[in-house]
Ligand binder design. Structure first.
Ligand code: LLP
Length: 457
C-alpha cells in the first residue's frame, strides 16, 4: 500500500469521540475536559503555558509491557531495543531502561544520552549509514553490544579503528532486503534504491570478509525496512530473505548468532487498523523458529507515539470566504510531521465545553510563514474561539526531537504525566537563549590574506 498522494477524504475522519474512545489513556470529563491518564490537560496548560509536549509515563510503561509480553509469548529469544531517535528525552530513555529495554542509537549524541539515562553499554546497538569516527571510537571504547554495519567501506573503517584500539567489535551486517514497506516515500528504507544497508547479493561475501578482518567479529544480520508500517506483509517478505541468508551463511561455515529485525511498527493515527505486536511476534516466529538465533527488535514510534501530545492554544480564528483557519501558537517548527510527510494527527479541544459543541470544518494551522505550516485541512472541529486549547494527538514520537527554532521560536516545554502526577521535564527556554551563543564579528578583528600564487592553468 503506497502512501496516499491524494488528500484524505475528511468525511472518513474519525469523530472527536471516536478519537478519544480509541485511546484508553485519554478520557473526557464533564468538568475537567480532556484528561491524560489522571491529569486534566487544562491544568498543565494553565501552569506551563503552550505550546507544550505532554507525555504519559504510565502509557509508555503499559506499551513497553504489552510489547514485551507479546514477544515473550512467541517463545522466541527476542530482545527489544528502544529506538532513541523517536523521543530522546532522558526521562523517556530512563523509563525504558527501567523496563529492561536496550537502546538502538544512531549518533554519538544518542549513545551518550542512552548511557546518561542508565542504559548499560552491553544493551546498546549502534545503527546508521554514516557513523562518525569519534562516535565509533566511543562505541568501541564502551564495548557496546553490537554495531550494525551499513557498507563495505564502513566495515573496513571499523576494523581499522578497532584493531588500533586493541578491541574486537561485535558487528552485524545491515542488509537491504529490497522490500517495499508500503509506507511514505520519505521513511521507506529497505528498497534497493534507498541509501541504507548492504545490497542483498553482496552480503554473504562481505560476511566472509568480516570474518577475516582484524578488530571485528561478525555476529549476525540486521535489517530495518521503514517506519509506520501498516501491514505485516513487508515484514514477512524481509524476514524470509534474512532467514535464507542465515542458512546460506551457516552453510558456508559462518556463525550467525543474532538477527536484528529493526523497528517500524505503525500506530493508528487516524484510527486505521494496524498490526499489533502479537502479529509481529507471530511473523518473527514464522521466519526464525527453527533457526536458533537471538532476535532483536528496535521499535520507536509504537512505544512512544500514542503516549504523547502537543498542547496548543488558539491565537485567533481567521474567516475567509472559502475557509475557517484556526491559527495555533504551535507551528511546524514544533511538530513538522504534517508538513514533511503529509501525516494525519488527531486534534481534540481540551475544554469540557468545546468537546460537546457541534463541529464544522476548519483548517488548523500554525503561525509560521509557510503554507506547509498546516496541521489539518477541513477538520471537523467546534468553533474554538481565541484562547481555546487543543491537543494534537499521537505526537510522542518524532515530535520534540524534530523541532527547530525556525521563525525565532523557542522549543516548546515538555511535561511528563504519571498517573495523577505531572512534572515539567524541560523548561520553556527564554527567548534570549535563541541568540545567546551567537557572535557578531567586530570590524576587522582578523585577516586571512589570499595567497598570491597564480591560479593553476
Ligand atoms: N531502527 C532503525 C535503524 C531506524 O532507522 C528506525 C527509524 C527505527 C529503528 C525506529 O523505527 P520506528 O519503530 O520508530 O518506526 N521521522 C519519521 C520517522 C523516521 C524513522 C527513521 N528510522 C516520522 O516522523 O514518521
Amino acid at each position: 500500500m503506497a502512501a496516499p498522494s491524494a488528500p484524505l477524504d475528511p468525511a472518513e475522519d474519525p469523530s472527536l469521540e471516536e478519537l478519544v474512545v480509541a485511546r484508553p489513556f485519554l478520557s473526557r470529563h464533564a468538568f475537567d475536559g480532556l484528561v491524560l491518564e489522571d491529569v486534566p490537560l487544562s491544568s498543565i496548560a494553565d501552569a506551563v503555558g503552550t505550546p507544550t509536549w505532554v507525555y504519559g509515563a504510565g502509557t509508555m510503561r503499559a506499551r513497553a509491557r504489552h510489547l514485551r509480553a507479546a514477544l515473550q509469548a512467541s517463545g522466541m529469544d527476542v530482545h527489544a531495543h528502544y529506538a532513541v531517535k523517536a523521543n530522546d528525552h532522558l526521562a523517556v530513555l530512563s523509563l525504558f531502561a527501567a523496563e529492561g529495554f536496550g537502546a538502538d542509537v544512531v549518533s554519538e549524541g544518542e549513545l551518550r544520552r542512552a548511557r546518561a539515562a542508565g542504559v548499560p553499554a552491553d544493551r546498546i546497538v549502534f545503527s546508521g549509514v554514516g557513523k562518525s569516527v569519534s562516535a565509533l571510537r566511543l562505541a568501541l571504547g564502551e564495548e557496546i553490544e553490537q554495531i550494525n554495519v551499513e557498507s563495505a567501506e564502513e566495515l573496513e573503517m571499523i576494523s581499522a579503528l578497532a584493531a588500533a584500539m586493541g578491541r574486537t567489535a561485535r558487528v552485524a551486517l545491515r542488509v537491504n532486503p529490497d522490500v517495499d514497506a508500503g509506507t511514505h516515500e520519505k521513511i521507506s528504507t529497505g528498497r534497493a534504491q534507498d541509501k541504507f544497508g548492504i545490497p542483498f547479493a553482496e552480503a554473504a561475501a562481505l560476511y566472509a570478509r568480516a570474518a577475516a578482518l582484524p578488530g571485528v567479529r561478525p555476529v549476525g544480520l540486521a535489517a530495518h525496512i521503514g517506519s509506520q508500517i501498516e501491514t505485516l506483509e513487508p515484514y514477512r517478505a524481509a524476514f524470509a530473505r534474512l532467514a535464507d541468508l542465515v542458512h546460506t551463511l551457516r552453510a558456508a561455515g559462518h556463525a550467525v548468532e543474532t538477527v536484528d529485525c529493526g523497528g517500524g511498527l505503525g500506530i493508528p493515527y487516524r484510527n486505521q487498523p494496524v498490526p499489533r505486536p502479537e502479529g509481529l511476534a507471530a511473523v518473527l516466529r514464522g521466519a526464525f523458529h527453527n533457526l536458533d538465533v537471538r532476535l532483536l527488535v528496535e521499535p520507536g514510534r509504537w512505544l512512544v507515539g500514542p503516549a504523547g501530545l502537543l498542547l496548543a492554544s488558539v491565537i485567533l480564528v481567521k474567516q475567509t470566504e472559502g475557509a475557517r483557519f484556526v491559527v495555533l501558537d504551535a507551528g511546524m517548527n514544533d511538530l513538522v510531521r504534517p508538513a514533511m510527510y503529509d501525516s494525519w494527527h488527531g486534534i481534540l479541544p481540551i475544554a469540557a465545553a468545546d468537546l460537546v459543541l457541534p463541529v464544522e470544518p476548519a483548517d488548523v494551522v500554525g503561525p509560521i510563514c509557510e503554507s506547509s505550516d498546516t496541521f489539518a485541512r477541513r477538520r471537523r472541529l467546534p468553533p474554538l474561539g481565541p484562547a481555546a486549547r487543543v491537543a494534537i494527538l499521537d505526537a510522542g514520537a518524532y515530535g520534540a526531537v524534530m523541532s527547530s527554532a525556525y521563525n525565532a521560536r523557542p522549543r516548546a516545554a515538555e511535561v511528563m504525566v504519571d498517573g495523577d502526577r505531572w512534572t515539567v521535564i524541560r523548561e520553556r527556554p527564554p527567548l534570549e537563549a535563541l541568540w545567546a551563543d551567537e557572535h557578531v564579528p567586530a570590524p576587522a578583528t582578523q585577516t586571512a590574506p589570499l595567497s598570491r600564487a597564480p591560479a593553476p592553468a
